[in-house]
Every structure is written in C-alpha cells, then in structure tokens.
Write a new protein. Structure first.
Length: 436
C-alpha cells in the first residue's frame, strides 16, 4: 500500500460518521426516476462543499463534477439517483417510493470517493480525470413515465445512462466504474463480489389497439372489441415462445395498461405494454418483429387497428470477470472481508442501463453486501452499514486512484484492450433507429 492509498483509507475512516448520516438521509427520501430533485440537490451540495464545480440538469436530474489533472483518461465514477415504487417497504415515502434496490448506497459510495479524491495531495496524484457522475432513472419505470418525460423534457430513453449518452454527456468519458448492492448470492455473507454477470438487453414495446365502442349488452354486434384483439395477440405470443432459443435468454412479459373504458361498453381502446428481452441485439430485433406480427395479426382478425411504438431499452451487458485491479484494491481493504468473483457463465435475465455504457466503453463493476432481503422487495434492509456504505466508497476511491496513478497506465491498458461493440456515433444512430 502506498502513502496515497493509506491516506484515502484514513480520510474515509475519519468521515465514516458523516457518510452514515448521509446514507440514512438518502435512504429515507427515495424518489422516482427522472424526478430525483431532492437527491440531486444533496449530491450537488456535497460536491460543491468539496470545492468542485458541478454540471447539473443533465437529463433532468443528472449531475457531474471532475477532479484531477484534466484531460484523459477520464474515468466516470457512477452513482444512481433513483428509488423505485415499493409502497409496502417500511421506508417508503408518501408517494410510495423506496430504496429497495439500494441505489442510495451508490450515491454514498460516489460521494465518499469524492471526499477522498478531492484531498489536495490525492488529487495531485491523479494523472487524468475522475468524474463523479450521479445519473437518473436506472430502473425502467414504465411507458406512462416515458410518455410524461418525453412530453415535459424531451427525454427519449427509459434509462438515464442511455439518455445521457444520447445527449452527449458521456462524450468525454473513456471508462466507467459502477457498483450496486449484491445482485446474486444475496443470502450469502459475501462483502464484495467483483466483476459483472451478463445481463439481458431489451426493447420496450407499447401496442395501442383501436376498436369501436358499443353497448356491451344491447349492441355488441356494432362494436369492435380491442380487448379481444389484445388477448388473441397474447395467445399468439404464447404460441411463438417455442421458437425462442435457450441460449438467447429471451423474456417477453406483457401487461394490459388499459383494458377498455367501462364494464358495459365494448372495449374500444386497449394499451398493452411489454418488454422484449434477450442477451444479444440480434435476438431482440428478431423476437421484437415476431411479437409485432402476433399483435398485428390478432388486430386484423378482430377488425381492429394496432399501432406499435417501440422504445429502445437497455443494451445487453457482456460478462466481465474481475480484472486484477479489482482484486488488488479489495486486498487493500484488509483481510476481514469476504471477497469473491461473480460466478462465471451466469446470465442475469434482468437488464440494466450499464449495458449501454458497455456498448461504448469498458466498465469495471463490483457489488457489495451489507444488506439482506430481495432487491425490489419490501424486505430489502441494511444489515451492516460499514459494508453497505463505507467499504464500497473505499473501493471506488482506490480504484480511481489505481487507474489514474503512474501516468494512468492501468486505465490506458484497460481502455486500449476493450473492444466496444459500437462507437459513440454508431450507438446513437442504432438506439435512434430502435426507437423509431
Ligand atoms: Zn438497482
């Protein structure tokens, strides 16, 4: 351990109490994606107090600030701002939002890293740039929210990182460090799990089915039943499931957002939302087209019209086993912690917008313990505040320092080796096409 690393650890030990208070405050004030105004304000105040200049209002609530020599390599240290709807969680707000995915802990981690890296001696050792980046809306929160933020703020993407990429807020970033509450092995005693499992990507799809209203008892023959078309479409979807290949990890899950107007009226307007997920873009495109055929065919059979609107969701994440730098930083934290690699070969069939970062840049990821209960459930709770809040902050600060010390040799190696599936321009063009 060199003296800067010692200093990073001692700064975070001395500020642990402050970080724990911050954690409690953020945990109690979860907010909906793209509406994280209070959380963003807390982050802004903290970063400014550290003497940093912030860029704010990025994709509504996102913000960033940088430290270091300036210029590349520029390493983004990511924290996610959003909570999610979980009204039965004991910490749920009046609006029903809770941090049952633990994103507030990432914000604590990122701000802890900022406390350590802005120390003048530590900052002077960074031969490149570390950018603290608070991003909105990691959780996919549905088409109704999408319609609202598109109307009010011209937001095109469900995921905050996707929207920030689209708007160019990551144009000067060369790689990212991300973290999250443990996703696999949640019932284990693992403190740090290094690397990230493969995740599905998805496209969001909304089918608007237009029929004709009529009295449901007196004159159903005058109506055209949009709900029947939706049900037939879902039956067709069930019948094509045998064509989904195991290796593509396909998931298609629809729900009926609007099922008609009233019980005594033939349903004339029905809205079906769904997510079409797979672990590669080719499969997502193929299955998406098949699903369209199911609903178009069903609408035709009943005499309805179907309008289908696709919205690019998240890109698939590749599996990334831990780089040596992750093991090395974890070792600096001392022998008392249980540190493991992600299990090789596993596919997380859920999705994250970290996949969109992977589409254009290398990402180092670790997950942390200190919480129990399933993610997104009312049972999510903190069991070890040190492991959930302080350990990840130390890990993130050490990673940034190790990446950027000695001429940023480590960052340059990782960036040089990574073969991104898309250039930024290709990515922007592709996601635009998929939302068409
Ligand atoms: Zn999450």
């Amino acid at each position: 351990m060199d003296k800067i690393e010692e200093k990073i650890l001692s700064i975070l030990d001395s500020r642990a109490g402050e970080l724990q208070e911050l954690a409690q405050d953020l945990y109690a004030h979860a907010e909906q994606g793209y509406h994280e105004y209070r959380t963003a304000q807390v982050v802004s105040d903290c970063l400014k107090k550290l003497g940093l200049e912030t860029q704010e209002g990025l994709a509504i609530t996102g913000l960033r600030a940088s430290v270091g020599r300036g210029g590349g390599p520029n390493v983004a240290l990511i924290g996610e701002l959003d909570g999610l709807a979980c009204p039965t969680h004991p910490m749920a707000t009046d609006k029903g939002y809770a941090h049952s995915c633990g994103h507030y802990a990432q914000i604590v981690c990122m701000l802890g890293a900022a406390m350590a890296l802005t120390d003048p001696e530590v900052a002077a050792s960074l031969e490149g740039t570390a950018t603290f980046f608070a991003v909105p809306a990691e959780e996919f929160q549905g088409s109704d929210l999408q319609e609202e933020v598109r109307r009010t703020h011209d937001v095109h993407c469900a995921g905050g990182k996707c929207e920030l990429l689209r708007r160019g807020a990551f144009d000067d970033i060369d790689m990212a460090v991300t973290t999250h509450s443990l996703m696999v092995a949640r019932d284990s005693d693992v403190d740090l799990m290094l690397g990230n499992s493969a995740c599905n990507g998805f496209v969001g799809k909304t089918v608007y089915i237009h029929g004709r209203a009529a009295h449901a008892a007196h004159a159903p023959h005058q109506g055209v039943n949009a709900l029947n078309a939706a049900c037939l479409g879902m039956s067709a979807l069930g019948m094509i499931r045998e064509t989904f290949r195991e290796k593509d990890c396909v998931r298609v899950h629809p729900y009926i957002r609007k099922g008609g107007e009233a019980v005594n009226v033939v349903p004339s307007e029905v809205v079906v939302d769904m997510m079409v997920r797979a672990n590669n873009q080719e499969a997502i495109e193929t299955i998406s087209a098949k699903v369209d055929n199911c609903f178009k065919g069903a609408a035709l059979a009943i005499g309805c019209e179907a309008d289908i609107v696709n919205a690019q969701g998240y890109m698939p994440c590749p599996e990334r086993l831990p780089e040596q730098i992750l093991w090395d930083c974890a070792e600096l934290l001392g022998g008392g912690l249980k540190v493991q690699s992600i299990p090789a070969g596993a596919c997380n069939t859920a999705s994250t917008d970290v996949g969109d970062l992977f589409a254009v840049m290398p990402v180092l990821n670790f997950t942390f313990g200190g919480s129990v209960g399933e993610l997104h459930s009312k049972d999510y709770t903190i069991s070890d505040p040190n492991v959930a809040h302080i350990v990840p902050a130390k890990m993130m600060a050490l990673l940034a320092y190790r990446l950027l010390k000695n001429g940023a040799a480590e960052a340059k190696t990782i960036i040089g080796r990574y073969q991104a599936p898309y250039t930024l321009e290709e990515y922007k063009a592709y996601t635009e096409k998929m939302s068409g």
